[in-house]
Design a protein. Structure first.
Ligand code: ADP
Ligand code: MG
Length: 700
């Protein structure tokens, strides 16, 4: 009798060597098997009489084994097992390569079911390497004659082994406690857990299977929503400093910018200031495409904090960006009695009327005394011995959100026991469904509108034969005084086992491209390069020089991806474009077109696959970052799109972020439950499930 905790060693046919491999897939008990879901199904549900088999169809044929024998192919010395299957209507040939055990397990006279692709050969219809299964007395089948589950697996564990073991383990499915609330099951018409498990592995097809799938998708989204909702309420219970909106000064600041804010900017700023005026900490995500003008919105919030005599901190992902934000803040706050500090691994600077270098120790004591209103820096600001006197606002730029850990560290930095208001800013447009599903604990401000007067960036996929034309065009642009980015892809990760090597290879591609361009193509132009391996100071110098037009062409890796502002640049040329995600390409494209000059994005690719090309064509024809993100999500999944920078990103086993209806439903259910039972004391099974899910272990 199988129970949920039965170890796999007690399953029939599981030897020690297999046990190890199963463990590497995380499979140790019957329970693990039951919750190991297939990622797709092969449809072999059509059972066809042999004389009606058609070539190129994937079907199941049944009959009696008339003959089975080995032979060795003369030309490749491969072992071939050949069999003949017959039903009332005709004969079907089957062959298997290099699987001698088959002739041992099958005997003439066996009643057999074969699933595979039918081909027309000179012997008539045949199947090559079909899946076979002896027909049981009760007619139940696992590998043929049905929708057959395909599982993620590893070398040495076959689909047949997994299916066999899972079909055995499912006998214990009825012991799984039903943790989903009866009300939810009833309203959504979901199958009970054991039936749903049976269906997800061995679907009977039709509505029953669809409902089982929906149940598991719902489960996953529901758990995410519960977690979000709990985090959100915990957050709301904390105290923050109320920042009183200074209307007159804010209007004065905005009117001095030299342009009018877009409606979206205005609304976002208002939402943020509204949040900050309360004594509960803000936790908001400002999401706007590259170039949509998030910086001004952030500075408005910072300005108000400073007018209330509170400090702000602004984290940038790279030193270059910290430098640039510092320059922007100094420029825009000029003459406003706001002291801005820059703190990075390599330097500390303070600006009030003018910018001066400052010893780190002095810098830190000024921050601790509350004499610096805004500290801009890299993540060193969190790790460093920085202590604020009265921190009220923390901004993180181009990171997708504050992780739990970052928030904890920043809270600890405030000398008083209030929590700062948190504002995350991202230029990776986040599709609505995604934000709803995964960032449910954040409030969202969207800037969808671009400032008026921006030219559309002309994007072209350049054929290799036209490469010289592109170079000629670049030369013309430089002739008109413009500057050019050339982006090189990183070497693929599988060639670089350690992170260290990856960086080295990044350097290599950049240097090779730099050498080619500077020696052969643009030998008369001024070229420089930038890669992740360079020292912060070197990078800073290069960017500063580029900004000051000391050279024309910058060859770089994705270091320039985020935020860097070179208004004079008009061409973004990208090599190996197929290696980048759409969202990332869009980030690159956003590096140009940041002023009045008509700008261009030129893509080069070695891609041969149709899908890669389609992806790039989609990019060429779509200017809207939100649409691109949506597409990227569809094509590559959220893990790929948002990458490792994402903190606390839950891995979705079965749910999709396209199903906005289901996301809404799960959110609604989660909120209702927590409304009625804020700590889940009355829902102990649910609480246990949530803990299990978050920690990824089963508390049996
Ligand atoms: P991002 O959202 O990518 O961080 P920035 O805040 O860097 O964008 O803004 C990009 C550029 O657009 C900056 O040079 C900024 O001064 C300018 N800008 C911002 N808002 C407006 C506006 N409403 N009208 C015109 N230009 C603007
Ligand atoms: Mg920015």
């Amino acid at each position: 009798m199988v129970s949920l905790s039965t170890p796999l060693s007690q399953f029939p046919t599981v030897k020690k060597s297999l046990l190890k491999k199963l463990a590497s897939l995380g499979l140790r008990s019957a329970r693990d098997l039951i919750f190991y879901f297939p990622f797709r199904y092969d449809d072999f549900s059509r059972i066809v009489p042999i004389n009606q088999l058609q070539s190129e169809t994937r079907v199941t044929a049944r009959g009696r084994l008339q003959l089975i024998a080995h032979k060795r192919s003369s030309w490749q010395r491969r072992l071939i097992t050949e069999a003949m299957l017959a039903d009332n209507t005709g004969q079907l040939r089957a062959i298997w390569f290099n699987q001698p055990y088959i002739a041992k397990v099958l005997q003439v006279g066996d009643k057999l079911s074969l699933a595979g692709k039918v081909e027309l050969s000179r012997f008539g219809m045949q199947m090559v390497n079909p899946t076979f299964e002896k027909i049981k007395v009760d007619g139940a089948s696992v590998h043929t004659g049905r929708l057959v589950p395909i599982y993620p697996t590893t070398a040495g564990v076959t689909q047949k082994q997994l299916r066999f073991l899972i079909s055995r383990a499912l006998a214990a499915a009825s012991q799984c406690p039903e943790w989903l609330l009866p009300e939810i099951i009833r309203v959504n018409n979901f199958p009970a857990l054991p039936a749903a498990l049976q269906e997800i592995h061995f679907p009977s097809g039709g509505i029953k299977s669809a409902k089982a799938r929906e149940r598991f998708q719902f489960e996953e989204l529901f758990l995410i929503q519960l977690k979000n909702e709990l985090a959100r309420r915990e957050w709301r219970g904390l105290a923050a400093k109320a920042v009183v909106f200074q209307e007159k000064e804010t209007k004065d600041f905005v009117s001095g910018l030299g342009f009018t804010l877009t409606d979206d900017q205005r609304r976002s700023a208002w939402e943020i200031l509204q949040d900050m005026s309360g004594n509960r900490p803000m936790n908001r995500l400002l999401n706007g495409d590259v170039g949509s003008g998030k910086t001004i919105v952030a500075l408005t919030a910072i300005y108000n904090a400073a007018l209330n005599h509170f400090q702000s901190v602004w984290l940038a992902p790279t030193e270059i960006l910290a430098q640039q934000h510092f320059a922007t803040a100094c420029r825009l706050f000029n003459g406003r009695e706001i002291r801005v500090g820059l703190l990075t691994g390599s330097s500390a600077k303070i600006s009030s009327q003018e910018i001066v270098d400052c010893p780190k120790k002095k810098f830190l004591s000024e921050v601790a005394a509350g004499k610096i209103d805004l500290v801009i820096g890299t993540h060193a600001v969190i790790g460093d011995k920085v202590c604020f006197q009265n921190l009220a606002l923390a901004i993180v730029d181009e990171q997708h959100r504050f992780g739990v850990e970052q928030r904890r560290l920043l809270r600890a930095k405030s000398a008083n026991d209030s929590t700062p208001h948190f504002l995350s800013m991202t230029a990776t447009p986040i599709p609505r469904s995604y934000a709803l599903a995964l960032f449910g604990d954040l409030d969202l401000s969207l800037i969808k509108q671009m400032p008026i007067g921006r030219c559309k960036i002309i994007t072209r996929l350049v054929e290799e034969i036209n490469r010289h034309k592109a170079y000629k065009f670049i030369r013309e642009q430089v002739g008109q005084g413009r500057q050019i980015f050339v982006i090189c892809p990183l070497i693929e990760e599988k060639e670089a086992p350690s992170g260290r090597q990856l960086v080295l290879m990044e350097k290599k591609t950049v240097l090779a491209e730099f050498k080619k361009l500077s020696e052969e193509i643009f030998f008369d132009l001024r070229i420089n390069f930038l890669h992740g391996k360079m020292k912060p100071k070197e990078k800073e110098t290069v960017m500063q020089d580029f900004l000051n037009k000391k050279f024309d062409i910058l060859v770089a890796t994705s270091v320039v991806e985020v935020g860097v502002d070179i208004p004079n640049a008009s061409v973004m040329m990208i090599e190996g474009a197929e290696r980048f995600g759409l969202a990332q390409l869009h980030q690159f494209r956003g590096r140009v077109g940041r002023s009045v000059h008509q700008s261009y994005c030129l893509l080069f690719t070695n891609a041969v696959s149709e899908l890669s090309k389609q992806r790039l064509w989609y990019f060429v024809n779509t200017a809207d970052g939100f649409e691109l993100a949506e597409k990227d999500l569809e094509l590559r999944g959220p893990g790929e799109v948002f990458g490792e920078t994402q903190h606390g990103f839950p891995e979705l086993k079965i749910a999709t972020l396209q199903n906005i209806e289901l996301i809404k439903k799960s959110r609604e259910s989660a909120r209702q439950i927590i409304d009625s039972d804020p700590t889940l004391v009355k829902h102990s099974l649910l609480q246990k499930k949530l803990v299990e899910w978050e920690s990824g272990v089963h508390l049996e």
